[in-house]
Design a binder for this molecule. Structure first.
Ligand code: GLU
Length: 483
């Protein structure tokens, strides 16, 4: 049997971390087994679904590289892939359920239902629809229709027995049918509910495995009952445990970014994000670092944990640093380019070779693309911040002669290469009879604004003669203004 899985987001917001992980696990199952990964948009919540959210979800999936074989934008043999375009199909099956006595029209109004709910509350009972319209006489139904009441269609849930979810992650979970109410299949406006539409879609799209968040586990017995009533084969279900914040509450905005694209903005690499999401609730021995190819090769549903995962920002940062160093320097430089461009920092002299040199110099220290761009500020001809403590300590009158000498000599160094630049620092130090550090530290503060930077010679070399001259003069001006 060829495996067919799907990711079925509701377009009511961006792609969030939990959704992306669900998509990833389904995608990995498809890729690992040579199966098919379907993207289906569950847009039946008319009030909350938007076109912008559909786009945001597709963007997030594309950024992560989670490609689909069938879906809204590309179509496929089971099209359409938007639920609101599948109303005919839902109608056909609900007619079958009605005709075969598995469903019925319910005319209870919102007010009546509220009253029942209140009644139950007073008695301290959980509300479940009592099935008042279950055996409505056809004449009464007719009269209610004539009065203009729009019925919903409810499922006739068996009042006894139990429904077992044979879950791939949690094992067998048993639900008492008596505790499931006669839930709504189709609302008064003809739009199906989630529990109904999802069954019809998964069945008619030949979905074999459903991996989704375990917040859906309580829906699954209802869905199984619909499959059974229609005589349709059920897929295998696997309910993935939730993602929690460090405080063990369900992950939410309060814990930081939950949108996948917010991580893109913050400078995380899709490779690192995928690696991190895979490890969030799935394990293969104690391996932490995975390429996407390794994930595909090693993924199995059996490796999904059956307890909640805790989102660990520090681990994501660490993995992102790992991936920044794993990428070939030119690749990393390409990904940084748009960020430098957006800042307006790039000039003609910033050739690919120059940018590669810069990345090479900084990539050990940065954990994100944003951090690397930040660390790279002083290499570009832009105003920089001088750290007050550094200025206090090194841009002092005793160092004036050193900085003036460097200002005069460095821009004239010929040829402009690393050994010549280094030579200027070293010969000045020996001329003055001081250690190299005595020349380097004030220069570092003058050129970078702080006492911490990559190697001074590489830094000065990459900055180039003009910027070096300009910064040294700027530092001297700053000193003059201070006295
Ligand atoms: N649209 C549902 C959701 O986003 C899909 C759940 C499912 O995969 O069945 O939660």
């Amino acid at each position: 049997m060829k495996i067919r899985v799907r990711f079925a987001p509701s377009p009511t917001g961006y792609l969030h971390v939990g959704g992306a992980r669900t998509a990833l696990f389904n995608w990995l199952l498809a890729r690992h087994t040579g199966g098919t990964f379907v993207l289906r948009i569950e847009d039946t919540d008319l009030a909350r679904s938007t076109e912008a959210s559909v786009q945001a979800i597709l963007d997030g999936m594309r950024w992560l590289g989670l490609t689909w074989e069938e879906g809204p934008d590309i179509g496929g043999p089971y099209a359409p892939y938007f639920q609101m375009q599948r109303l005919d199909t839902y109608k056909r099956y609900v007619d079958q359920l009605l005709n075969e006595g598995h469903a019925y029209h319910c005319f209870c109004s919102k007010e009546e239902l509220d009253a029942m709910r209140e009644e139950a509350q007073k008695k301290g009972e959980a509300f479940s629809y009592t099935g008042r319209c279950r055996n409505l006489l056809p004449e009464i139904a007719q009269r209610l229709r004539e009065e203009g009441r729009q019925p919903v269609i409810r499922f006739k849930t068996p009042t006894e027995g139990e429904t077992v979810v044979d879950d791939l992650i949690h094992g067998e979970v048993t639900f008492q049918n008596a505790l499931l109410d006669d839930f709504v299949l189709v609302k008064a406006d003809g739009v199906p509910t989630y529990n109904y539409a999802v069954v019809i879609d998964d069945a008619t799209m030949d979905i074999t495995h459903v991996l989704r968040g375990d917040d859906h586990l309580s829906n699954t017995p209802k869905q199984i009952l619909i499959y059974q009533a229609l005589g349709l084969a059920t897929p295998r279900f696997g309910h993935i445990p939730m993602i929690l914040g460090q405080d063990r509450a369900r992950l939410s905005k309060r814990h930081g970014a939950t949108s996948v694209m917010a991580y893109e903005e913050q400078g995380y690499l899709p490779e690192a994000m995928l690696n991190y999401l895979a490890k969030l609730g799935w394990a293969c021995g104690d391996q932490e670092e995975f390429t996407v190819e390794e994930l595909i090769e090693k993924f199995s549903v059996a490796g999904i944990n059956n307890t909640a995962a805790v989102f660990d920002q520090a681990k994501l940062d660490w993995l992102n640093g790992v991936w920044m160093r794993r990428l070939a320097t030119p690749d990393l430089a390409e990904r940084l380019k748009p960020r430098w461009q957006a800042k307006g920092w790039l000039q003609a002299r910033h050739t690919d070779e120059w940018l590669n040199g810069l990345v090479e110099l900084l990539k050990e220290r940065a954990r994100t693309l944003v951090e690397l761009v930040d660390y790279s500020t002083f290499f570009f001809d832009v105003p920089i911040d001088y750290k007050p403590e550094a200025v206090e300590k090194f841009l002092v009158p005793e160092n004036r002669a050193i900085l003036e000498a460097l200002r005069d000599r460095l821009p004239k160094a010929e040829p402009w290469d690393l050994p010549t630049v280094e030579g200027v620092f070293r010969s000045l130090a020996s001329e003055l009879g001081v250690k190299a550090g005595a020349v380097i530290q004030p220069a570092r503060v003058a050129l970078t604004g702080s006492t911490a930077s990559p190697g001074m010679f590489e830094t000065a070399y990459l900055m180039g003669p003009e910027l070096v001259g300009k910064r040294l003069q700027g530092a001297l001006d700053l000193m003059a203004a201070r006295v």
